[in-house]
Design a binder for this molecule. Structure first.
Ligand SMILES: Cc1ncc(COP(=O)(O)O)c(C=O)c1O
Length: 357
């Protein structure tokens, strides 16, 4: 038995979610986004469960090297691309695909041509996100320059990123798409726009390649829905146990700063789970926690290693009883809402102390 915080991963759920991606985008290839340690789920384990994906995408060169050296033979795209000649050399050496989004990168490609080396490049166009990408007015220059690079395979892929696709009432996505289509019209090249929200809410953004991230992990990209209502299955569940149960009298306070005061005599449970494990410190009083499968409210402040729950509704609860912090019966999206954040940050924030089983 594991004592302390642990996370359980459901490989079958990953496969189910990938199949759901394919059902939404039956004509597209799937570039599974597994950056940031597969959104906190564990890079290599996720990759082996997602063996049916057509390609993978990570943010940084280091992540791609880790994947390649672990034996992944599929295409791996580096979404942030490279910033130095050394990183470019690594991209060539490890046969990685790269996004190109600046003139400096094109310069590096020209100045560091490796004889015989050919790399697959995605040209990123900034259609309104104002993060990475060439402005639309610079697209044609960048496209021609890239096509003139000896090291770049043809055709160059064309990519943009959607800034607000999780808001289905905002037509910004349609405007981004229209701009992308206008700028790239007539170019014979693979295209890629859709993230999870695009895939689920904006079918017009489907193109040759889709780039789902969060939905692969069973989590909704929308703030007003949980993944299970979209047909997704949660991949991660987070668990621990009660390590103490005690009685509290009226007027006593619980935890740092005494921020929770007992108004009715009760029993509280101490759970071995805190922000040192990645549970959000800012989760508010009342955030649900499952003890023996039943919902009880968080009370007091979350501390580094522990948190406290009110066991008034669970008189049988005792030391050693199982606790679930999120999972199938307690959506991580709901916990994110109680912590005034998004579920992406919760799963990405699980710390190395947490055992994965
Ligand atoms: C360029 C790019 N494409 C796709 C994704 C996947 O997005 P999501 O996790 O919302 O599906 C991301 C993630 O932020 C990204 O940066």
């Amino acid at each position: 038995m594991i004592v302390g915080a642990y996370a359980q991963l459901n490989d079958e759920a990953l496969r189910h979610n990938l199949a759901l991606v394919r059902s939404h985008a039956p004509h597209a290839k799937v570039m599974a986004v597994i950056k940031a340690n597969a959104y906190g789920h564990g890079l290599l384990r996720v990759v082996s469960a997602l063996a049916d994906a057509d390609a993978f995408a990570v943010a940084r060169v280091d992540e791609a090297i880790r994947l390649r050296t672990a034996g992944c033979t599929k295409a791996i795209t580096v979404l942030e691309g490279f910033s130095t000649a050394e990183q470019l050399a690594a991209i060539v050496h490890y046969q990685l695909d790269t996004v190109v989004h600046t003139v400096e990168q094109i310069r590096l490609l020209n100045n560091n041509a490796h004889p015989q080396a050919r790399i697959t490049v995605w040209l990123k166009i900034d259609t309104g996100m104002n993060r990475l990408g060439f402005k639309v007015n610079d697209f044609s220059m960048a496209y021609q320059a890239l096509n003139g690079c000896a090291m770049v395979k043809h055709p160059v892929g064309l990519m943009t990123h959607l800034a607000n696709a999780d808001d289905s009432s905002d037509d910004f996505t349609l405007r981004q798409m229209a701009l992308f289509n206008k700028v790239t019209q007539g170019y014979l090249a693979p295209r890629s726009l859709a993230n999870s929200a695009g895939l689920l809410a904006w079918p017009a953004t489907l193109s040759d390649w889709v780039r789902p991230g969060i939905m692969l992990y069973g989590i909704s990209p929308f703030s007003d829905r949980v993944g299970q209502t979209l047909g997704l299955q949660p991949v991660m569940s987070l668990h621990s146990q009660l390590i103490a149960v005690k009685s509290i009298a009226v007027g006593e306070t619980v935890g740092y700063a005494g921020s929770w005061r007992c108004e009715q005599a009760t029993r509280i449970g101490v759970v071995a789970m805190g922000y040192g494990d990645g549970y959000p410190r800012c989760a508010k009083v009342g955030t649900p926690v499952l003890v023996n499968g039943y919902r009880v409210p968080l009370i007091g402040r979350v501390s580094m290693d522990m948190m406290t729950v009110d066991l008034a509704s669970q008189p049988q609860a005792k030391m050693g009883d199982p606790v679930m912090l999120w999972g199938k019966a307690l959506p991580v999206e709901e916990i994110a809402g109680c912590a005034n954040t998004i579920a992406y940050t919760l799963v990405c924030g699980i710390t190395p102390r947490v055992q994965f089983v």
